[in-house]
Write a protein that binds this ligand. Structure first.
Ligand SMILES: Nc1ncnc2c1ncn2[C@@H]1O[C@H](COP(=O)(O)OP(=O)(O)O)[C@@H](O)[C@H]1O
Ligand SMILES: O=P(O)(O)OC[C@H](O)CO
Length: 500
């Protein structure tokens, strides 16, 4: 019997769904299983997930992807894990029970803790050590909130009874039956507790937020065996971890300094590989770890937009303007422009480059003639404008122009969006043949650890061609539209601030 281990299973635990994708050693998708899970919005600006549902959907999809493929699980060489980042989970070491729902990266409940840190003048120290700006986005203040609000949690954490993890740690702890409490630098660098220069949890930051070190996972590389799990009756190593945006960077073959990608998922995340030297942003971007592999670390410059494809979901689920996400592009195409309408989807504040926790969404320029097609188009365009702002900031920081934007993620299926993105950037947008670059990145990291692939050069050689969208919009029109966008953003700023 041929039992050559030439398949890799990627677990892609995203903000809105848990996915498992089986790849073969030719980097081709063999099977996909995906399930959405519940989003909880208990108060204005709050976002929570149920950690048990994160785990059960992910474990279910893992088994389903294997069953669907019909492949003998003994041929699966390893599992790679990639995940929504920053989302904070605290659970009991003894029972595995979460003490509170997962506080999701989008959640704004810790804005007041962030304001306090800023007022204490911690911003510069935090930026220097972590590469981040103080924002409710990152995990640290979410952990602080749980330790404050769950009775007895601080004392229990100090006694070593509670564990913290981002979603990767939580899943791996569950999948290994509590044997591995680990993470990797790409996830650790999103917590605001990890020093990206010493590559360790930072005691000064832990003291600042009174977070006991005993809660934190061990930080290992992004590509090595962390432990084993039972996959359909077979013991399979878990051998890759990366936060989803860093996984997509790797999955897009951005292995070298200067290579960049933008993922259009729930949010939009532009990352550029900066090589082995971290680059400090002066334009509202953050510095983060791109990957840690074979004793080497690479850094990335990142621009994070909180609401990207999520604006499409909002039109579908809340406004009910469309019944399926795929309808938005064709609907937007039915009008030549938005009729002067701008939609700023600052539903959970604004991320890069504005970093305004108190911004809220607005629609500007409505007239009697505004139709649902105009609104749909304005929503689509808002995704591209936000990404254009990131590209501008990145180009100012690095002093080099991006020749082509590599795109991926669920909303990059949308041809209208890709074309408008190319138009508004005045640069071509390249979409790869496999849009599941996040899962692919995790699979590659795991496969490299167990010898399915030998090198990144081999991986790059194995890539097919994708689609190219070339800019067609005249420059004057582009500038006029971008100026309108800036004015609209101005109206959304500070709306829900402490004075409001
Ligand atoms: N055909 C489409 N056109 C526009 N947006 C889409 C389309 N298909 C999916 N999306 C959007 O893409 C997002 C999902 O992308 P995905 O990469 O799966 O996200 P995540 O990993 O954040 O859960 C959703 O916000 C959805 O609205
Ligand atoms: O779930 P996604 O793909 O939108 O990614 C979420 C990010 O990791 C948040 O930083």
């Amino acid at each position: 019997m041929d039992l050559e281990k030439r398949f890799i299973l990627a677990l892609d635990q995203g903000t809105t769904s848990s996915r498992a994708i089986l790849f073969d050693s030719g980097q081709r998708i063999v099977s996909v299983a995906q399930r959405d899970f519940a989003q909880h919005y208990p108060r204005e600006g709050w976002v929570e997930h149920d950690p048990m549902e994160i785990y059960s959907t992910q474990a279910g999809m893992m088994a389903e992807a294997v069953t669907k493929s019909g492949i003998d699980p003994r041929k699966i060489a390893a599992i790679g894990v990639t995940n929504q980042r920053e989302t904070a989970i605290v659970w009991e070491r003894a029972t595995g029970r979460p003490v509170y729902p997962a506080i999701v990266w989008q959640c704004r409940r810790t804005a007041a803790i962030c304001d306090r840190l800023k007022a204490e003048g911690a911003g510069e120290m935090i930026r220097k050590k972590t590469g981040l700006l103080i924002d409710a986005y990152f995990s640290a203040t979410k952990i602080r909130w749980i330790l404050d609000e769950v009775p007895g949690a601080q004392q229990r954490a100090e006694r070593g009874e509670l564990l913290f993890g981002t979603v990767d740690s939580w899943l791996i702890w569950k999948l290994t039956g509590g044997a591995a409490h680990v993470t990797d630098p790409t996830n650790a660098s999103r917590t605001m507790l990890y020093n990206i220069h010493t590559l360790d949890w930072d005691q000064e930051l832990l003291d600042l937020l009174s977070i006991p070190r005993a809660m934190l996972p061990e930080v290992r590389s992004s590509s090595e065996i962390y432990g084993y799990t039972d996959l359909c009756g077979v013991r399979v190593p878990i051998a890759g971890i990366a936060g989803d945006q860093q996984a997509a960077l790797f999955g897009q073959c951005c292995f070298e300094r200067g290579e960049a990608k933008n993922t259009y998922g729930t949010g939009c995340f532009l990352l550029m590989n900066m090589g082995e030297t971290p680059c400090e942003s002066r334009n509202g971007l953050i510095t983060t770890v791109a990957v840690s592999r074979g004793g080497r670390i690479q850094y990335a410059l990142e621009g994070s937009v909180f609401v990207g494809g999520a604006v499409v979901q909002w039109l579908r689920d809340e406004l009910r303007l469309i019944s399926d996400s795929a309808e938005i592009g064709p609907l937007a195409r039915t009008v030549e422009d938005t009729g002067g309408v701008y939609l700023v989807p600052a539903f959970t504040g604004l991320g890069a480059p504005h970093w305004d926790m108190y911004a809220r969404g607005c629609v500007m320029g409505l007239t009697r003639g505004t139709t649902r097609a105009h609104l749909a188009r304005a929503a689509e365009e808002s995704i591209a404008y936000q990404v254009a702002e990131l590209v501008g900031a990145m180009e100012r920081d690095t002093g080099t122009a991006l020749k082509t934007l590599n795109a991926d993620g669920g909303a990059s299926r949308d041809g209208f969006l890709m074309q408008f993105q190319a138009d508004i950037l005045g640069r071509p947008v390249r979409r790869p043949a496999i849009l599941e670059t996040t899962a692919l990145g995790a699979a590659l990291l795991a496969g490299l650890a167990v010898g399915v692939w030998d090198s990144t050069e081999q991986i790059r050689r194995g890539r097919g061609q994708g689609a190219l969208f070339s800019p067609e919009m005249p420059p004057q029109q582009r500038e006029r539209l971008l100026a309108g966008w800036s004015r609209a953003v101005g109206h959304s700023r500070g709306w829900a601030g402490p004075q409001a």
